[in-house]
Design a binder for this molecule. Structure first.
Ligand SMILES: *Cc1c(COP(=O)(O)O)cnc(C)c1O
Length: 665
């Protein structure tokens, strides 16, 4: 039997290295098995699970940099680290949102290809015509790209409000593409949608509320237009997880079956039943389990055929959104993942609907899906830098002296005696002595210096215990938090509230990966803290194969060298839901397109300046400057400021008003 292999995840390895026969430590020969291999990019790929969530767009190159292949498998890639460096030279400071229009195009192609394949496979005698729900990302350049990329597939848009309808009407020019009108509607919304048919738009008004039925009937009558109407059903099949409430009997949207029956009667009485042509449902976003999707399709298919049999001229079945994104790459039904792929999704929809229609000898509908997350998530990468770190004191403590306070001597003795046999007990002793030291301080029996020493000794104990815990197979429950307590904090140039609101609001996970040094072992485990003065402005939940991890592996900072992190898969929902907490505004955004020679910057959208965010809360920059000017004049007269100082203050003030809301680094 050979020697047990030495575990490689321990810190230096130097002290455990077996000396070779001559007793000389080898340093440059990888001959001996027990020399820890240097870190490889494959290890980084595995650690950050890049293949799981990033394929085919994100990977690592030989230089240890994250790269993007915006066209997926069709080739061409960009080094993200170098791209960021180049953009910084163009005065595009971090945080920076980089959008890859090629990824958007690839996502649209993929979704359409999956449905085309499913339609061929099941010989579905109908077609697929998807729409993009504008609410996922309303940015003009993105919507314009999307409409253009969608042209070959007659890809349309879904609007959920009057402003989104305004966007859709002005932007969608693809003949035959659908414009699905969802959301709460008043007369003006419904009329606008109906009149849009006169412009050649295939606008479909989906009735979501009982009241909308009569408004639609009245509007159609007064306009003399035969509209195409849809109805949103409240399914009993429920999505699970965060958006489970989007369906079910008490859901906020849609009509119950009795309400649908009433609506049919109302439309029939108005001689408009032929206008009802679409059935819509949406059971929630990020549906992780394919079985939930199947149940919903089954129920909806039955409602569809029943509507067709009741005399409505049914033509469309709209399965809503819900197609999930695998944020942690685990391919499971965990909320941050999904246990199916896009092709499974398309197959199940196509097969189920075909079967339901064939059983009743009915023509199959045109299938519509409203996938937002699955289309928009991958196209953008948020790049931000680390401003600094905070670590717990790691100095080795000096032995205590005879004359030092008993509590300090106890702490030192605890520290000294820590061993494999007693580490758990020692941990509790250390905590108790530290707490005692703090009460002694509070009662005036310990000086500030002594308290500092007590805390230093406590952290030294924790570090020594942590090293032992790291070697154990089994970690006692009460020590599980130790690593978290000891973790470093990396301060990042970012507002979670602005750039990743779902991470704060609903604990959503986004993959976060350093953009460089991926060929170097990330031997620090840290949480991230953002720029806001809010203790919620942090990220301490990260993707992992099993469940979620509370610390992210990162590299130690090098002095005078930036450290860039990328947050991935945040292209849906985050931008518009981001808020101005602490007045950190929109980030800079660039649109990058791959070219045969490299890339081209299609658009630059400068982030908010301080003046702009102040304007949102009704401050006028000129008034503000004027106020400071008056104060400096006053101070000059009173002799409390020099002319030079006053000029400098005003210059700084004015410059900060026109600058970015984030830190320049
Ligand atoms: C939000 C929403 C969508 C988009 O859902 P995703 O899960 O992001 O694809 C689609 N349809 C309706 C009605 C929605 O409200």
């Amino acid at each position: 039997m050979g020697l047990e292999p030495i575990r490689e995840e321990t810190d230096t390895g130097a002290d455990r290295r077996a000396p070779n026969e001559s007793g000389v430590e080898e340093d440059d020969r990888p001959a001996a098995k027990d020399v820890a291999p240097s870190w490889t990019i494959e290890q980084s790929e595995e650690l950050y699970r890049i293949k799981g969530w990033g394929e085919p767009y994100f990977s690592i190159n030989a230089a240890g940099h994250a790269i993007v292949s915006p066209k997926g498998e069709r080739g061409g890639s960009l080094d993200l680290y170098e791209l960021v460096q180049a953009l910084k030279l163009r005065d595009l400071g971090l945080p920076l949102l980089i959008r890859f229009s090629d990824i958007l195009e690839d996502r649209i192609e993929r979704l359409n290809a999956c449905f085309a394949k499913a339609i061929a496979r099941y010989k579905y005698p109908g077609s697929y015509r998807g729409v993009f729900p504008i609410k996922c990302n309303q940015q003009r350049h993105l919507i314009e790209d999307l409409v253009r990329f969608g042209e070959p597939y007659q890809f349309g848009l879904e609007a959920g409000s009057k402003p989104e309808l305004a966007i859709a009407l002005a932007t969608l020019k693809t003949p035959g593409a659908l414009l699905i009108c969802n959301g709460y509607k008043d007369r003006a919304y419904i009329e606008t949608a109906m009149l849009a048919r006169r412009l050649g738009q295939t606008a479909i008004v989906v009735l979501e509320q009982v009241e909308e039925v009569q408004i639609a009937i009245d509007a159609a009558r007064s306009l003399g237009i035969d509209p195409v109407l849809g109805v949103r059903a409240k399914l009993t099949s429920k999505g699970i997880g965060r958006w489970g409430g989007s369906s079910g009997d008490r859901a906020k949207f849609g009509l119950t079956i009795p309400e649908i029956v009433r609506a049919i009667e109302q439309l029939e009485a108005a001689n408009m039943l032929h206008c009802l042509q679409l059935l819509h449902f949406h059971i929630g976003s990020q549906i992780s389990s394919i079985s939930v999707i199947k149940d919903a399709i089954r129920e909806a298919s039955q409602i569809y055929v029943s509507l067709a049999q009741s005399g409505a001229q049914m033509k469309y079945l709209d399965v809503g959104g819900g197609l999930a994104v695998d944020y942690d790459g685990s391919k499971t039904n965990f909320h941050a993942s999904k246990n199916y792929n896009m092709q499974n999704y398309a197959n199940d929809i196509v097969a189920e609907v075909k079967e339901a229609c064939q059983e009743r000898d009915l023509p199959v509908p045109t299938l519509i899906s409203e996938s937002g997350r699955a289309i928009a998530s991958h196209q953008s990468v948020l790049v931000f830098d680390v401003l600094g770190t905070s670590e717990v004191c790691t100095d080795l403590p000096e032995p205590t002296q005879e004359k030092e306070h008993l509590i300090l001597r106890n702490l030192y003795e605890t520290y000294r005696a820590i061993a494999v046999e007693n580490y758990q007990e020692a941990y509790h002793d250390a905590i108790q002595f530290k707490e005692e030291a703090i009460s002694l301080f509070n009662f005036g029996y310990l000086s500030l210096r002594e308290r500092a020493r007590a805390e230093q000794l406590y952290w030294a104990c924790c570090r020594k215990i942590q090293a032992i815990v790291g070697e154990q197979e089994y970690v006692p429950d009460d020590l599980e938090d130790l690593e978290k307590i000891m973790a470093s904090i990396y301060y990042v140039n970012l507002s979670v509230f602005q750039s990743a609101p779902d991470s704060w609001a609903i604990d959503q996970l986004f993959p976060i990966v350093p953009l460089h040094r991926l060929d170097e072992k990330p031997n620090i485990r840290a949480t991230l803290a953002d720029l806001t003065c809010d203790s919620d402005g942090k990220i301490d939940r990260f993707i992992d194969l099993l469940d979620v991890k509370s610390l992210l592996e990162l590299h130690p900072l090098h002095p005078d060298e930036p450290y860039y992190l990328g947050m991935f898969l945040g292209g849906a929902y985050q931008e518009i839901m981001g808020n101005l907490h602490n007045l950190f505004g929109d980030t800079n955004t660039v649109h990058i397109k791959l070219t045969p020679k490299g890339y081209q910057i299609e658009h630059v959208v400068k982030g908010d300046s301080v003046t702009e965010v102040l304007g949102y809360v009704q401050y006028d920059a000129e008034d503000l400057v004027e106020s400071i000017r008056k104060q400096t004049e006053q101070a000059l007269q009173e002799g409390t400021i020099t002319l030079q100082e006053s000029q400098r203050l005003l210059r700084n003030y004015e410059q900060s008003l026109s600058g970015y809301t984030y830190l320049n680094s």
